[in-house]
Design a protein. Structure first.
Length: 187
């Protein structure tokens, strides 16, 4: 069973699987549907994604999919380190537009569970960083959305020290929260 730690936004969790180490290295069970279900995480994941970033200072996000194709994500780093960010985009939620950030690394082996209704992104802190993540629905271009990483309404405090951020044109041109289509919080 992984160690679970709530991170302060509804449903966002840090999960740290147990590692069994010896002179060869380690073994860790990073996902087990039955074990997760006993902890209240009853999500069926349907797709695994693998992201490689050659340079430190690569920013990916803030991404999400709208209903009915919204995604829950289980994110982990298998090489390198990232500053991982989630933003509550459920309009009407008491934490709407609030964000949190956590460092995920291959060395720590920690993961983050990102519920539907949250935008997600990360900044690589080391070169040659690889991120693996499970999603609960397939990629849908018609439902795919992004938010500006530097939106002052959200106010993410990204780590400094990079000569420039590397990002896609899609992320550079993403809308600000005020004009984005987001989730409506359940009544």
């Amino acid at each position: 069973m992984p160690e679970l730690r709530p991170l302060g936004l509804d449903g966002v969790l840090e999960l740290t699987p147990r590692r069994f180490e010896d002179e060869r290295g380690f073994f860790a069970e990073t996902y087990n549907a039955a074990a997760f279900a006993t902890r209240g995480i009853d999500t069926a994941f349907v797709q695994d994604n693998h992201s490689y970033s050659a340079a430190a200072g690569t920013l990916r996000g803030l991404h999400y999919q709208l209903p009915p194709r919204a995604q829950v994500k289980l994110v982990r780093v298998v090489r390198g380190r990232v500053f991982d960010v989630v933003v509550d985009i459920r309009r009407g939620s008491p934490t709407f537009a609030k964000w949190l950030g956590i460092e995920l690394s291959a060395a720590a082996g920690n993961q983050i569970l990102v519920p539907a209704g949250f935008a997600h992104g990360f900044l690589t802190l080391e070169p040659d960083t690889e991120v693996l993540y499970k999603v609960s629905d397939f990629y849908s271009p018609d439902h795919d959305r992004a938010l500006r990483f530097d939106d002052p309404e959200i106010g993410i405090d990204w780590p400094a020290g990079f000569d420039r951020l590397r990002m896609s044109t899609k992320d550079q041109n993403a809308p600000y929260l005020a004009s984005a289509t987001v989730f409506e919080a359940a009544a």
